[in-house]
Ligand binder design. Structure first.
Ligand code: AP5
Ligand code: MG
Length: 190
């Protein structure tokens, strides 16, 4: 299996690049943000709880997120692999992912970290907020999400660094150029 963690701050292009990677490698896309947004849309109990947290730019509890991931892994354990987008976001989630993959005799192949300067992130997200109305794409919540990334999520990169599985990729430029950089990394690690 090819199991890729696509990592980076809000607006770094994880979702955009994930769709291109899936097309080329046939992987199962697991975006915890998308899964949570479908719960919000369906107004499930979990969705109602999650909405308030997401609108403040904070993180939903590890327990909820890990439960969603385990379910997805079980459903697709005979496939070609996974792309994790926006997960793990805490070291606890990284440890739980390791356990869940070990349970199916698998491991993370590589964590690809998209690097984009903060002013570019804010610009992209403000633009998307205006175009799509995504409720956490307003200036106040965008800054909060970036702060949460720097304090709670960045340690995940060091967790994989220790296992020599952390690979930064420049996330500025055309979507296709960035994709080419990502493919080089995947080919190297797979
Ligand atoms: P999530 O949905 O994961 O959002 P995010 O990490 O904040 O990131 P985005 O989806 O906004 O950005 P992206 O990196 O995917 O970039 P995209 O390709 O869209 O999480 C939302 C919330 O859910 C969290 O705040 C949290 O509350 C909760 N949550 C989710 N996962 C969780 C977890 N594991 N644990 C706890 N809580 C969790 O691109 C952004 C924009 O830029 C787009 O408009 C795109 O068209 C544009 N763009 C992309 N590439 C380029 C480029 N090269 N040049 C110019 N523009 C570009
Ligand atoms: Mg996304």
């Amino acid at each position: 299996m090819l199991n890729i963690v696509l990592f980076g701050p809000p607006g770094s292009g994880k979702g955009t690049q994930a769709s291109k990677i899936i097309e080329k490698y046939n992987l199962i896309h697991i975006s915890t943000g998308d899964l949570l947004r479908s719960e919000v849309e369906a107004q499930t109990e979990l969705g109602i709880q999650a909405q308030a947290i997401m609108d403040r730019g904070a993180l939903v509890s590890d327990e909820i997120v890990i439960g969603m991931i385990r379910k997805k892994l079980e459903e697709h354990q005979d496939g070609p692999g996974f792309i994790f987008d926006g997960f793990p976001r805490t070291v606890e989630q990284a440890r739980e992912l390791r356990k869940a993959l070990t349970d199916i005799d698998e491991r993370v192949t590589v964590l690809i970290s998209l690097t984009v300067p903060k002013d570019e992130l804010v610009k992209r997200l403000v633009k998307r907020g205006a175009e799509t109305g995504r409720s956490d794409d307003n200036p106040e919540t965008i800054h909060k999400r970036i702060d949460v990334y720097n304090t709670q999520t960045l340690p995940v990169a060091y967790y994989y660094e220790k296992m020599h599985k952390h690979q930064p990729v420049e996330g500025v430029g055309s979507v296709n150029d960035i994709f080419k950089r990502i493919v080089e990394v995947i080919e190297h690690f797979s």
